[in-house]
Design a protein around this ligand. Sequence first.
Ligand code: GAL
Length: 426
Amino acid sequence: MKRTRNITAALLAGGLTLALAACGGSSAPGASGGSDSKNLEVFSWWTSGSESAALKAMFDGYSKANPGINVVNGAVAGGGGSNAQAVLQTRLQGGNPPDIWQTHPGAAIKQYIDAGLVGDTSSVYIDEVKAAIPKDLVDAISADGKQYGVSAGAHRGNVLWFNKQLLQKAGVAVPGPSGYSTETFLADLAKLKSAGVVPLCLGGKDTFAIAELFENTLLGSLGADGWKQLTTGGGKWDSDKVKVAADNTAKMLQYADPDASALSWDQATKKLAAGSCAFESMGDWAYGELVKDGAKAGETFGYTNHPGTDGTFVAVVDTMVMAKNAKNPTQAEKFLEAVASKEVQLAFNKEKGSVPLRTDVDVSSLSAYQQQAAKSFASDAIVQSVVHGEAMNPQFGQALFDAVTQFTQSKDVNGFTQALANAAQS
Ligand code: GAL
């Protein structure tokens, strides 16, 4: 299914049905408007093993404090929301929003705020919560001094995972915690290939997985400052540095699993855990999945920063919003209160592989990987993800996905960067 990400344009094309419904003007069956006190629907794309477990932890935390309400799991499979985004848009257009849905801060949440689709969640931001969340991240879900979402945790997008045993078997030195370069990575991929190992795990069925390989490689080429410049309008998407990143991505893709196009990100991760492919560039939801697959950090698998991205943290921040006129507004708010609680932040992130957004959560019971990620989150340069809709608007996101799909076939660096430059200008 094509991922259509531009909610505002779709609403305009659809005659603003939802906006009317949100104002209480619709009586369509299933339309929003505070009429269901027994059920609470939570919509997401969390369906892999670790994602489902994390979602359940969120549900459990809510249900413990609010017994008697049936939580309806409206999850739609497809990594990075590849299918869920389109389904959500259709529902929003039809005036049938879920009570709660998953999104990200920055441009992703802004599209819903601007279209008047999400409710004001400022009441969740009591002093204790506000004080515990970094100001930039509160700002990233705010408009006109009001908060419109509650973030559950921060994933690091720029991680390179590897099957340690497979590297050792192929005579490839295991990367250290930092300093791994693009040149060494490309040389190691070649070595693995000659040793008869599938060098690069890739869940190419989820376009976001290939886009993420490019995003991470682009960050490695630009650095955090260059990234900020590029994504805040000052930089050029067809600059030499972007071309270098595209060229390196094309080189990496030559080493991808020949079965990639049939695999989702979590199936590719499962192959890494099983020793069927060696490296995977993927956000640390892969950590949750590797652990769920029974792989052991430090024994079966290891991790380092995606080449060239030491000291920078691509923050992919999972955030929940509630529909403006949710069917169950009271419970929607209670759900978001639960998401903001220290208990749920800990339980959710434990399964998910991310780190709590609240800095006052004791992370000592989380894995060594997550404790290290929590430290990086507090001290690294933080940048927003384009692939996960935070740093650039949804139209650009869609253009990036389309361009990546074409580029995967054509490997045409100039055509690819030109398409991105055009999209950034329109
Ligand atoms: C991201 C989301 C993560 C993870 C990933 C893969 O957009 O923030 O929580 O679910 O997609 O599906």
